[in-house]
Design a protein around this ligand. Structure first.
Ligand SMILES: Nc1ncnc2c1ncn2[C@@H]1O[C@H](COP(=O)(O)OP(=O)(O)O)[C@@H](O)[C@H]1O
Ligand SMILES: [Mg+2]
Length: 374
């Protein structure tokens, strides 16, 4: 490592709760280099607990405290395992950026809050590496949504050549970053468009007893129910202008039940086809409404591996060209983890991590709490 180079580990578990994504980036001045990525699957018991907590209306403080510690330990150990398998000594890492697991995101209301768990004290203790965590709450304190936080990273990574592009991350929730052509002078904007895989996964779990609908094959076997689709697209969230962010608090089981109850009975496979269409249409509507003239959409996140969803997206986004971050040399499973590594870098050098035009915060802020490794 040269003296100008710093390495960071980023770690995040998204709303799908499918595993902990980890990435190592090296910063050479402002240039970002991806060095490694890895997904650490959760033990089934921890996964179930996290899913239950995220969905529960009431949570016992004892349970919350214990799983905060348990997840911190899991993240700390995963960072060490990841470094060992990447052949990197811990001394090579300037800092860890840990997002943790969101168990509640309520960015609106009189007392807005967002809560991520995975105790960073435990991560720092286990790894001995300086750790930054709790990235969202400072933005929220400054009047922002605390989300999405990935757009400035997308801008740093993909906007180098200055061409307009949309970066679309399809996790449990889908979010877009609009990178305007540099010469346009327009700001980068970004927001959550609504459901990504969350509803598709939920319905697959109920009817296929699987974590997800592999390649969207089951959805492809059904037909879109136009009545249900129209009903779903009437959701007021889709009409709100950005800044905005959402989660499974809205697009969860209750929401889906409510939609299904408001239309005549639809066969299960047709519901799945309709939910895929809903993701594709809500993304495309948002892109067309707020990002006029963009001809290139770059997709990352687990949803890019759902072939049926990708074909529906391409159809909905026409004439824009749809590609993946992988095609540009960045594995789409680890973009978000890399973003939190980059946010740790921003915090370490005392630079802001948020974009006020994205989150709605009243200004730029250095994000994250600091938990020293030694
Ligand atoms: N082969 C696949 N076929 C269909 N869907 C997939 C496939 N691989 C991953 N996914 C989807 O991607 C999701 C995980 O995406 P991810 O980007 O990790 O989301 P999050 O950030 O919410 O954790 C899975 O829950 C699943 O819906
Ligand atoms: Mg995930």
């Amino acid at each position: 490592m040269t003296s100008r180079e710093r390495r960071y580990v980023g770690a995040i578990s998204g709303t799908s709760v499918d595993g902990l994504d980890l990435a190592v980036i090296a910063m050479r001045r402002t240039r970002i280099h991806f060095e490694a990525g890895y997904t650490a699957p959760f033990p089934p018991q921890l996964r179930n607990t996290l899913k239950q907590l995220a969905a529960a209306e009431r949570i016992a403080i004892d349970e919350l405290g214990a799983v905060d510690h348990e997840l911190g330990e899991f993240i700390g150990r995963a960072v060490l395992d990841f470094l060992a398998s990447s052949g990197l000594p811990r001394e090579a890492i300037t800092a860890v950026g840990s997002h943790g697991q969101t168990i509640r995101h309520r960015p609106s209301g009189r007392w807005p809050f967002t809560m991520q768990i995975g105790d960073p004290h435990v991560i720092a203790e286990i790894t001995g590496i300086d750790t930054y965590a709790d990235f969202r709450r400072r933005d929220l304190a400054a009047g922002g949504q605390g989300a999405p936080l990935v757009p400035p990273f997308h801008a740093a990574l993909f906007n180098a050549r200055g061409n307009a592009a949309i970066v679309l991350n399809i996790g449990g929730i889908a979010n877009v970053t609009h990178l305007p052509a540099t010469r346009s002078g327009r700001p980068v904007i970004g927001f959550d468009t609504g459901p990504g895989n969350a509803l598709i996964d939920l319905w697959a779990a109920r009817h296929l007893a699987a974590d997800f609908d592999l390649d969207g094959r089951w959805a492809a076997s059904g037909a879109v129910d136009q009545t249900l689709l129209t009903r779903c697209l009437e959701e007021p969230y889709f009409q709100h202008p950005p800044p905005k962010s959402t989660g499974k608090e809205l697009f969860g089981a209750d929401w889906l039940e409510g939609m299904l109850a408001s239309v005549p009975s639809v066969p299960a496979a047709d519901v799945q086809a309709t939910l895929v269409e809903l993701t594709a249409r809500s993304v495309a509507d948002a892109v067309q409404r707020y990002t006029t003239g963009c001809k290139r959409v770059i997709v990352c996140g687990g949803g890019r591996l759902n072939g049926h969803l990708m074909r529906r997206l391409e159809a909905a986004l026409k004439p824009a060209a749809v590609t993946t971050t992988d095609a540009l040399g960045y594995n789409g499973d680890w973009i978000e983890a890399a973003a939190f590594a980059w946010l740790a870098h921003r915090a370490a050098i005392g630079k802001p991590g948020n974009l006020p035009a994205v989150t709605g915060a009243c200004g730029e802020r250095t994000l994250g709490g600091f938990f020293p490794g030694q």
